[in-house]
Design a protein around this ligand. Structure first.
Ligand code: FES
Length: 334
């Protein structure tokens, strides 16, 4: 077996003896462009950065840095060593393609003093593909990184966002201003791995801080749509009860779904520096769950909160592969 490392994504898969890189990728459910599968159309090319490959039916060996390495045809390339290949349009198993579309701004309403619900509508006939728990980017002139969790489960043309826009958050306020003044906004989606991209089984714990509830709401709605039978515990931490801007929603879920347990954690302290709700969340979770060996834990909040919850619950048997948070991607621990 030879190992293929895909640059710059860091994806890896194995190629069996006598197999081409394209055949191995398809067998392992990666998706990448190809057409003729025979070395004619050149759709499947990648740049060989390290290693060497034999070209099937051509009696030719290509090495990184040599002629032909920039346009290695993956449908012919049989690796003779571990290889690193630059490919930009490859999708990992289950990964959805990124799409850009102009959405209609349908509705904006205040859910609390600072949090606003925004409803966007995708164009009719455009496929809106994302997994519950993923996020999108709004293209707002002058605002870098306008990323928001999609707060509703997939399956409709609608996208719900929760925008936290207190007076001191200039970018969020600019996003709101733009959405109020423009009938449409350009959206790119989906992003994020902390999502329901594959079926789960076993208990689920959902943990949100502040507007992290948006991501958790989408996941909960999807689990309900799947008639998920195992227990779902939902912890929502805010600095004050007034900041728990949709508390009545999980309370209603609790009445409708016997396996949903909602535990609100409101610290009743408005001091933005105060981090105590992390500790309160940790102790509330660890006091209710003894063995987390087969539990899936989704956490949506700041890096400090996410890592303190992970550290606290790893002692209870939580497995790394069952821990999902966008923080792991955008703020990995060194
Ligand atoms: S798929 Fe046509 S050249 Fe590889």
């Amino acid at each position: 077996m030879k190992q293929i490392l895909i640059h710059p994504r860091g994806l890896r898969f194995q190629v069996a003896p006598g197999e081409t890189i394209l055949e191995a990728a398809i067998r392992q459910q990666y998706a990448l462009p190809h057409s003729c599968d025979n070395g004619v159309c050149e759709v499947c090319s990648g740049k060989l950065l390290a290693g060497h490959c034999h070209l099937r039916n051509r009696q030719q060996l290509i090495e990184a840095g040599q002629e032909g390495a920039d346009y290695l045809l993956l449908c012919l390339a049989e690796p003779q060593s571990d290889c690193t290949i630059e490919i930009h349009n490859i999708l990992a198993p289950g990964e959805l393609p990124l799409r850009r579309l102009a959405c209609q701004v349908q509705h904006i309403e205040a859910l609390s003093a600072d949090v606003y619900r925004v409803r966007l509508l995708a164009p009719a006939g455009r496929k809106l593909e994302y997994y519950a728990g993923q996020y999108l980017a709004l293209q707002i002139p002058g605002v870098e990184g306008a990323y928001f969790s999609i707060a509703n489960a997939p399956g409709s043309r609608e996208l719900e966002l929760h925008v936290d826009a207190p007076p001191d958050r200039g970018n969020a306020r600019e996003v709101l201003r733009y959405l109020r003044e423009n009938p449409t906004v350009k959206v790119e989606l989906p992003f994020g791995k902390a999502c329901l991209s594959k079926p789960l089984s076993g208990p689920v714990i959902l943990v949100a801080a502040g507007t992290g509830f948006a991501q958790i709401k989408s996941i909960a709605e999807q689990l309900f749509a799947q008639n998920y039978a195992d227990p779902i515990h939902l912890y929502w931490g805010t600095r004050t009860l007034a900041e728990m801007y949709q508390k009545e929603l999980p309370e209603q879920w609790q009445l409708e779904h016997k396996n949903l347990f909602f535990i609100p954690i409101a610290a009743d302290k408005a001091d933005s520096e105060w981090q105590g709700h992390h500790e309160e969340l940790c102790s509330a979770i660890s006091s209710r769950h003894d063995n987390l060996g087969n539990t899936h834990l989704f956490v949506s909040g700041s890096p400090t909160m996410v890592y303190s919850i992970y550290d606290c619950l790893a002692e209870k048997g939580l497995r790394e592969e069952n821990f999902y948070s966008d923080v792991l991607e955008y703020a990995p621990r060194g």
